[in-house]
Design a binder for this molecule. Structure first.
Ligand code: 5GP
Length: 193
């Protein structure tokens, strides 16, 4: 078991509706030593890629992306949830269905911060159905930038996002892949990597 799998086994809580709660270390309280290890691991996994920008989505991806960015020496851009109905021409926009909140968010990135020639590493906390990632990929490609890789803390491999993104040809690296979990027993099964 790697460090992320161990931590999930110790503190992750399986909730009804295929939700894994990891708010004691990942997306509410944040364990920065763990984030450092994640950043180091992402750097190792993408060491051959010439990345010049990290892209994530608010809110839970931001902390992970910021620590990872120290290892890559690049800036972080995060897609913002926008409530405005009047989106002007200065932003790239995508509609993202939220897995945990069961609603659609419009997310935007200013054209000032993503452009042709950028080589982007996309980072997020969870991968479930892949909606968040598909939105970030669409924004990157609309900017004429290149998706060099995708780093995820926890992929739920029993949901379709991971397979869909890999089938699209992207280099997707997940620190832990959960292949099954049971709300009643609390059991979590990891994919061998
Ligand atoms: P997707 O768009 O891949 O369906 O879902 C990804 C987003 O939903 C992540 O950014 C994350 O915030 C949230 N998410 C999906 N599944 C879980 C989960 O099991 N636990 C938590 N805490 N967040 C999740």
């Amino acid at each position: 078991m790697n460090f992320m799998e161990e931590r999930i086994r110790e503190e992750g809580r399986v909730k009804e509706g295929n939700v894994l709660k990891v708010d004691s270390f990942l997306n509410h309280q944040m364990d920065i030593d763990l984030f450092e290890r994640m950043g180091r691991e992402f750097k190792e996994r993408f060491k051959d890629k010439n990345i010049n920008k990290i892209l994530t989505i608010e809110a839970s991806g931001i902390g992970i992306a910021c620590i990872a960015a120290r290892y890559f020496g690049v800036p972080v851009v995060f897609a913002k949830k926008s409530h405005s109905i009047n989106i002007d021409g200065d932003v790239y926009m995508a509609e993202v269905e939220s897995f945990t909140h069961m609603r659609t968010n419009r997310v935007i990135v200013s054209k000032k911060f993503l452009s042709e020639g950028d080589r982007v590493l996309i980072i997020d906390d969870f991968l479930a159905n892949g909606c968040a990632l598909k939105g970030l990929i669409a924004i990157t490609e609309a900017a004429g930038a290149e998706v060099e890789g995708i780093g995820i803390a926890i992929e739920k491999g029993f949901q379709p996002g991971g397979e869909a993104i890999r089938d699209m040809g992207y280099d997707l690296q997940s620190l832990a892949i959960v292949d099954g979990m049971d709300a009643e027993s609390g059991e979590v099964i990891f994919r061998e990597q």
